[in-house]
Write a protein that binds this ligand. Structure first.
Ligand code: PEP
Ligand code: MG
Length: 579
């Protein structure tokens, strides 16, 4: 048995046979065609292009129907590539110059362009390499008379193993047949991960070399809760995971019954549970799992994986759709948080040595104010259609908050003078994710309507640990006493000024941390929709008076390990005591 550790991208447990998406063997034969046969190769190419176009159009339609227009954009890009004169001319020229068969010419052109894109320093071109490869493979399938939609035709329950998955692949999956994904590449916020979560299929990404270590047909166990993947486990392990899977399904079904219930402690303390979403399509999941609102809408996903910027209308429509679906529940829109690990190729920004300490979040928006203004206009216009709030990411000092607010004020004035309707009382909050913001939380609280603690970044900056570097991942400790003191300070800063404090980093979705955070006084928890029922269940079984004691005692430990043992003992009622 082989055990691999990756990034838990979408929860759930699946057991099934491996299906390799990237191990198709094309075995392209190259042969010389007689001069008189060149015309026929050209017409074979035209027919394959026509069939590929038809297929892409059909896929686009299917995708629009199943998960919405925005996700269909990938097919538009592929359709453009199919008609790209550089690509097509290259194929034609190769056929003519070397009198080879069309398959060989398509393969050569695809490989050549893919390679040059991959070698390019331009991130945009690098990202397009996978698209060219995808389009080339589609044409080859047509030429070889092989259907590309193998994923759509799967006959048995399958676990898809791939280096990475393109949205065009996921769109074709039959949900009842594809029971999980595992990929070499990707992080929690990669497209594949987001897609898996919205399809509610367990997934583990970032496994680095599962495509090398497993083979087609292997029995694979995917634990999307912990990020563990087992290849060909023994009968006893398999049995254990089958039991875990049953338990997981039972718990999830049981928990979903909690949807209509409020999150309230045994002694009557009310806490708000919100959802984090990346794309509007996740609103369904948020409501299904009982979110009382959206605590974090990561708008940058509207900007990624495309070669232009979304204009005001496109943004307005996206925000308005979510606002309407959530109304009257609150929708907190975070303004663009690009940079760091979310790189935007359209802006042609220079590469940085320390991107997470660099030109990102609010810094980028204040500098590229035109882009910021367009987004603020779109958000303000959408505010007429629901209960919207705005929050700024990565605020590190009061000047940034004031500068952002000045731009917002000027956009408000502009809209007023144009007679455009918007909510004049819209609340503006600040994400607390830089230690300097924690230290001045008392000051920021005077000019912000709410705080939302972004622990993913706060931990990275407070402990000096790159959140995407797997080598030092062991140092990424949410229960580090420094982190607890920072969280405590933010809550105190907010409450002293009479504003609410929320948390939208991953820490908020861990049921195990709930008594500690409730005891510390956190007002609102925002998390991936799926985590809501489990967190609610813990809250509903917690006493505020006891949680306060737990929080107080937890502050006395010196290491994350000690805090963890204490919490385990407190939550499960065994072992360690406070110093
Ligand atoms: C955070 O940093 O905790 C957060 C919620 O923002 P993101 O993960 O998008 O950086
Ligand atoms: Mg962040």
């Amino acid at each position: 048995m082989l055990e691999l550790k990756g990034i838990a991208a979408s929860p759930g447990i699946a057991i099934g046979k491996a299906f390799f998406l990237d191990k198709e063997d094309f075995a392209i034969k190259r042969y010389t065609v007689p001069k008189a046969g060149i015309k026929q190769e050209f017409s074979r190419l035209d027919a394959a292009l026509r069939d590929s176009r038809k297929e892409l159009n059909e896929l686009r339609e299917k995708m629009v129907r199943s998960i919405g227009l925005k996700n269909a954009r990938i097919f538009e890009a592929h359709l453009l590539l199919l008609g790209d004169p550089i690509f097509i001319d290259k194929i034609r020229r190769t056929i003519k110059a070397s009198r080879c068969n069309v398959e060989a010419a398509v393969w050569e052109a695809t490989e050549e362009i893919t390679d040059s894109f991959l070698r390019s320093k331009d991130q945009f071109l690098q990202e397009r390499a996978a698209d060219i490869h995808d389009v080339g493979r589609r044409i080859l399938h047509k030429l070889l008379g092989r259907e590309r939609e193998i994923l759509a035709d799967l006959k048995e329950e399958t676990i898809v193993v791939a280096a990475d998955l393109a949205p065009s692949d996921t769109a074709q999956m039959r949900r009842e047949k594809v029971i999980a994904f595992v990929t070499d590449m990707g992080g929690r916020t990669s497209h594949t991960a987001i897609m898996a979560r919205s399809l509610e299929i367990p997934a583990v990404v970032g496994l680095k070399d599962i495509t090398q270590k497993a083979d087609p047909g292997d029995i694979i166990v995917v634990d999307g809760n912990t990020g563990t993947v087992l290849v060909n486990p023994g009968e006893d392990v398999l049995l254990r995971y089958k039991q875990d899977r049953e338990k997981f399904i039972e718990i999830s079904t049981g928990l979903s019954q909690l949807r209509e219930q409020p999150a309230i402690t045994v002694d009557g303390h009310r806490v708000s549970l919100m959802a984090n979403i990346e794309v509007p399509e996740e609103v369904g999941s948020a409501l299904q799992y009982g979110a009382e609102g959206i605590g974090l809408y990561r708008t940058e996903f509207l900007f990624l994986n495309r070669n232009d910027l979304p204009d005001e209308e496109e943004q307005f429509e996206a925000y308005r759709n979510v606002a309407r679906l959530m109304d009257p529940r609150p929708l907190t829109i975070r303004t663009l948080d690009l940079g760091g690990d979310k790189f935007l190729s359209q802006l042609n920004l220079s590469q940085e040595i320390n991107p997470s300490l660099g030109f990102r979040g609010i810094r980028l928006c204040l500098e590229l104010a035109d882009i910021f203004r367009v987004q603020l206009r779109a958000i303000l216009r959408a505010s007429a259609f629901g209960n919207l709030k705005i929050m700024y990411p990565l605020i590190s000092g009061m000047d940034e908050l004031r500068r952002a607010n000045r731009i917002l004020d000027s956009v408000r004035e502009e809209l007023s003078s144009q007679g455009v309707e918007f909510n004049r009382g819209l609340e503006v909050g600040v994400m607390i994710e830089v230690p300097s913001a924690v230290m001045i939380a008392d000051l920021l609280a005077k000019e912000a309507k709410f705080f939302s603690i972004g622990t993913n970044d706060l931990i990275q900056y407070a402990l000096g640990i790159d959140r995407v570097n797997e080598k030092i991942a062991y140092l990424y400790e949410p229960l580090h006493p420094a982190v607890l003191r920072l969280v405590q300070r933010v809550i105190a800063g907010g409450h002293n000024a009479g504003i609410k404090v929320s948390m939208c980093g991953e820490m908020a979705g861990d049921p195990f941390f709930v008594p500690l955070l409730v005891g510390m006084g956190l007002d609102e928890f925002s998390m991936g929709p799926f985590s809501i029922p489990a967190v609610k269940q813990v809250i509903n079984n917690t006493k505020l008076s006891e949680a306060k004691i737990i929080a107080e005692k937890a502050m006395n430990f010196s290491t994350a390990g000690e805090v963890e043992s204490f919490l385990k003992a407190a939550v499960l009622g065994v072992g360690a005591s406070a110093p």
